[in-house]
Design a protein around this ligand. Sequence first.
Ligand code: NAP
Length: 285
Amino acid sequence: MTAQLIDGKVLSQRIRAEVAARAEALAGRGRRPGLAVILVGDDPASAVYVRNKVKACAESGLHSVMEKYDATLSEAVLLERIAALNADATIHGILVQMPVPRQIDPHRVIEAIDPRKDVDGFSVRSAGELFSGLPGLRPATPWGCMKMIESTGVPIRGRHAVVIGRSNTVGKPMALLLLQAHATVTVCHSATPDLKRHVQSADIVVAAVGRRHTVTAGMVKPGATVIDVGTNHDEAGRLCGDVDFETVREALGPRGWISPVPGGVGPMTITMLLANTVQAAETVA
Ligand code: NAP
């Protein structure tokens, strides 16, 4: 018997139905939630992410605008656009698709977004709210991972969680969210000796590295929950995660849980972005 599947598509549909109902309720009061997505440059992957976000807005009854700029756009012009969107009452969330071209400082861009509209949750203020346990807009990917873990019904409190990766956008906020849910958290990274030793003792594993085969069958504890954030490609060009899905699923056994790639964290990330946009619209004074 293999581990049970955490289906990000099914969970997403459930959460998106709730998001759509909240969006409709706001629209009924004359405040349809609105998301502005800014894309600078021609990165094909970024263009796909942006299109998917705009499409998801339409499907859930959110208003959205997409602004696309040439790769030569200056930082000053981008900051002007952000200022205009900050002042636009029909827009409740602003997202600048990363990465931005070299002439633009991503930190300055993120900090220019009105914190109430920071639906990516990447600003220093949003990070501080998460750090301090205050309400706020949480980064969509780790927040989606939390929803996936919660959906299993397996308690988080008192469990040992191992987060592999310490980026500001995934690993670190993930660790804070798990800590807030009363897990005992270990954060591993590229300088961690003997990753296997840590993962073997984990009840919950979140892999956010961007490297295939990071988590293999011999590393996991039977009955553990494994969330795979990684997006990589195999030799045949197929999308895959950081976890050796089939063999790890087998090793986890029937009490274990595992999320696939594709169909796991990916759909949840967009869903939680929509949830953040609705939350931002709900909290407008
Ligand atoms: P990132 O900024 O490159 O961070 C990767 C992290 O992995 C770093 O902290 C790095 O450690 C650590 N790492 C690298 N090699 C390692 C090793 N051998 N053992 C242990 N840790 C190691 O990437 P990210 O933005 O966090 O994203 C991680 C992955 O998730 C990527 O594949 C990305 O595409 C994917 N992702 C998916 C979604 C989604 O919606 N599905 C969203 C976001 C990200 P150091 O800090 O020491 O360098």
